[in-house]
Write a protein that binds this ligand. Sequence first.
Ligand SMILES: Cc1cc2nc3c(=O)[nH]c(=O)nc-3n(C[C@H](O)[C@H](O)[C@H](O)COP(=O)(O)O)c2cc1C
Length: 258
Amino acid sequence: MDIFECIATRRSIRKFLDVPVDQETILSIVEAGTYAPSCGNVQDWRFIVVDSKDLMKTISEYSLGQECIHNAAILVVICSDPEQTERHYGLRGEKLYTIQNCAAATQNMLLAGHALGLGGVWIGAFDENKVRDILGIPSSVRPQAILAFGYPAEVPDEKIVKDLSLITFFNGYGARIKEVHRVLKDYHVDWERRVSEAHSAARRVQERAITVTKEASDQVKTASSRGEAIIRGYQKKLSEKLEETKKRLDKIEKKRKR
Ligand SMILES: Cc1cc2nc3c(=O)[nH]c(=O)nc-3n(C[C@H](O)[C@H](O)[C@H](O)COP(=O)(O)O)c2cc1C
């Protein structure tokens, strides 16, 4: 998947399969965050990976009960240390740059997750103080965003974006150019085709991935319940043997006493 395809086909995913994500994948995503730009390269972000189901349930409660948080395989909480940016850049650093730094890292992680076949969603609606308390985040550090990741259990629609000519101005705010794509050397034609082709391909891959992951997860569940049945069988036999041995020992003991 090239960068344009990745950007164009990423969508927020809020339904996840009950399948774990391995540590290597999680760390690759987090590492992608560390390559984001930051003011003066201060890298004032801190990332907390949460994979405890209990913590995820509580964080979901602190986030208007959003189910995607509870049902995700992992969460990444993106925190900032505004004191660091303030030290270097004053008020602008504290109030603006620190937010932009973390937003850039957050988007990097979303794109990396998507490129690795995961679904993810950016969560902004949460009680900062409660999340800070439960994760032991110092009062000077701000949890800015939560990313919920997991293998997708839904296939989102193609994204409708605002037309470039409505939101792009040339040489001054509000100065629209009607045929913006002509100015941009008809790049638009290529972009639209790329997006549409990439989307169809991504949809096919995602649908297949959902089926395969579901099948694999069912197989794991069947194998695990088979394993449990075998263990239960052994345990039963073992306890029968133990009972027999106990009876024999009792008999021997009685004889000995006589
Ligand atoms: C700052 C910010 C906060 C967001 N907060 C939430 C949230 O609390 N819950 C949620 O489900 N989605 C949240 N989103 C995701 C947006 O709803 C989503 O990105 C938007 O609808 C566009 O859809 P797309 O991500 O599929 O392109 C947030 C996104 C951003 C950038």
